[in-house]
Write a protein that binds this ligand. Structure first.
Ligand SMILES: *Cc1c(COP(=O)(O)O)cnc(C)c1O
Length: 424
């Protein structure tokens, strides 16, 4: 299997090359050159074994192919349970990993791949990542103590939750976090500038770990595929999914799972006030805009990168409209749904999951089949938002309790010179 750029201006790349580069040389995002078919309808085995079977065609011919079972076992060392909300509704709990958000799946998979990817480059591998919160924590935890790889995380001062900041700063050794005097967009700009900086790139082979990386998307297909098969075997019908969406990596993975043949019916995207994708589906114009800060901060993305992958798969707007629908859920509705989720179901939802539950509640026509709400983070990560709404303390999950204590932040100004001094 080879991977091609959404912009069509780069040579096809092997999986190893695509995941080491992150972005394609023409600025596009890597997508599979062809689509395998996955037609087996038997009940899924445990996630690591199932994922190795599902993803094998994407690894075919790559040096990593023979390590795939080892990679999925390394990456997916925590469960993804499907729990019942009512007779037609399930919650897919994706927050049982080391940093209690679904990004652990992709970050751990990428780390497991990169540590096994053969390289002929004398420069040490250096992962540089900008984060608005969850990505950085998941990447830091996934790469901590991986031999031969250094990691720096850039996060915006004062704009991540206290729990998230602890998860960024608690590491030692090969992982460092920098608290940048600026916004998320400044962090992202610094990363881009670093990739173009000679002093840095002479010294290190830079790689990125955000959801433009193909090795973060592929593993996310696994639990959508596995849960759709579990529901198929139980009910004989395809399942539909509601997905809290920001940069659209998660949604793209679900669309890809359906595209290769998994029994998935409808896919509904729940966005917060950052409405670029819902407006695109409605008006047909892709109009990125500045990010708006919301309660569901991990979805605060004004220019969702993976929109490019979705538009590549469905170049005709009407086909994309058939493939997904999207809702805008404002903060007031997120807060109200956190309250009612607790009052009516005893569920404690993070703001992102609550946005999905609210989008689900707004669906006018649900049909007969089972619906799955993707629960993307543990509410304890957003305790300062959720606790006042439900009127009680939230217990920390064991994974978060087990993290080392946070350490004093390393503050840097929002300039390339400062970043260069800090890492070279
Ligand atoms: C990143 C994130 C999302 C959004 O996922 P995308 O792939 O960026 O659309 C939703 N919820 C949580 C908790 C996240 O961390």
């Amino acid at each position: 299997m080879r991977f091609v750029s959404t912009r069509g201006g780069a040579a096809p790349a092997s999986l190893s090359a695509a995941l080491t580069q992150g972005l394609a040389p023409d600025g596009g995002l890597y997508v599979p050159e062809t689509w395998p078919r996955f037609q087996d309808r038997s009940a899924p085995e445990a996630l690591p074994a199932f994922a190795a079977r599902l993803l094998a065609p994407f690894f075919e011919g790559d040096p990593l192919a023979s390590s795939l079972p080892e990679i999925t076992a390394d990456a997916f060392n925590f469960p993804a349970p499907l729990t019942a909300l009512d007779s037609n509704t399930r919650v897919l709990e994706l927050f049982h990993g080391p940093t209690a958000a679904f990004k652990d799946f992709g970050a751990r998979f990428l780390a497991a791949c990169l540590t096994r990817t053969p390289r002929d480059d004398d420069r040490p591998l250096y992962i540089l990542v900008a984060t608005s919160g969850d990505t950085g924590g998941a990447v830091a935890a996934a790469f901590h103590n991986r031999p031969g790889i250094s990691v720096s995380i850039l996060y915006p001062a004062g704009m991540v939750s206290p729990a998230q900041e602890r998860q960024l700063t608690c590491w030692d050794g090969n992982v460092r976090a920098f608290r940048v005097a600026g916004a998320f967009d400044d962090c992202q700009r610094l990363v881009k500038e670093a990739f173009a900086d000679r002093a840095i790139t002479q010294r290190f082979a830079l790689s990125s770990a955000n959801s433009i990386n193909i090795a973060r998307l592929l593993p996310q297909m696994s639990y959508f595929a596995a849960s759709s098969l579990a529901i198929w075997n139980e009910t004989g019908a395809p399942a539909s999914f509601v997905i809290p969406s920001g940069n659209l990596g998660h949604a793209t993975a679900c669309v890809w799972a359906r595209h290769i043949g998994l029994p998935i019916d409808r896919i509904v995207l729940a966005h917060n006030a950052n409405r670029t994708m819902p407006d695109f589906l409605e008006g047909g114009e892709w109009r990125p805009r500045p990010t708006i800060a919301t309660l569901a901060s991990a979805m605060d993305v004004g220019d969702p990168s993976n929109g490019e992958r979705l538009r590549h798969l469905f170049p005709k707007l009407d086909d994309l409209r058939q493939a997904v629908s999207a809702y805008v859920i404002e903060d007031a509705a997120i807060a109200a749904r956190i309250r009612s989720g607790f009052a009516e179901h005893g569920q404690i939802w993070c703001p992102h999951t609550a946005a999905a539950a609210e989008a689900y509640a707004r669906l006018s026509e649900r049909g007969e089949g089972v619906w799955v709400i993707a629960a993307t983070a543990h509410a304890a990560k957003f305790a300062e938002i959720v606790e006042p709404l439900i009127g009680r303390k939230i217990d920390q999950p064991p994974a978060l309790q087990a993290l080392p204590p946070g350490r004093p932040a390393i503050n840097i100004p929002s300039s390339l010179a400062a970043l260069r001094d800090a890492i070279v």
